[in-house]
Design a protein around this ligand. Structure first.
Ligand SMILES: [Zn+2]
Ligand SMILES: [Zn+2]
Length: 120
């Protein structure tokens, strides 16, 4: 699935071949097959760490990137969001209502409020 960097690809180029919806949080496997993260999670669990398209064994690859939170092909994901922000928003918001865990959120820095008692 070669995506040209020059022209704006059609929406069908950004379609997940499993759920046939826009690729959100695309995961590109070492065999160059791409699927959306929700499909990746459900398929990998069901298919025992094999690529659902070519059955390549991706167990160590998955473990490696899960640990580093680098499963999502960020370059592709940003491109998709740039070209199809509305489609992405629609799908992402639909997902949130189904309570899909977003596990790649940046770590939030909580400000610590110090209550200083001034003793005279
Ligand atoms: Zn999908
Ligand atoms: Zn594959």
């Amino acid at each position: 699935m070669a995506v040209s960097k020059h022209a704006i690809p059609s929406l069908s180029e950004y379609q997940c071949q499993i759920c046939l919806e826009i690729l959100i949080e695309p995961v590109t496997l070492p065999c160059n097959h791409t699927l959306c993260k929700p499909c990746f999670l459900s398929t990998i669990e069901k298919a025992n760490l094999c690529c659902p398209f070519c059955r390549r064994w991706i167990s160590s690859w998955t473990r490696y990137h899960t640990r580093r939170n680098s499963l999502v092909n960020m370059e592709l994901w940003e491109t998709i969001q740039k070209h199809y922000p509305n489609e992405c928003k629609l799908r992402v918001s639909g997902q949130e209502s189904e309570k899909v865990v977003d596990d790649y959120q940046p770590v939030r820095v909580y400000s610590i409020v110090l209550l200083i008692a001034v003793i005279n």
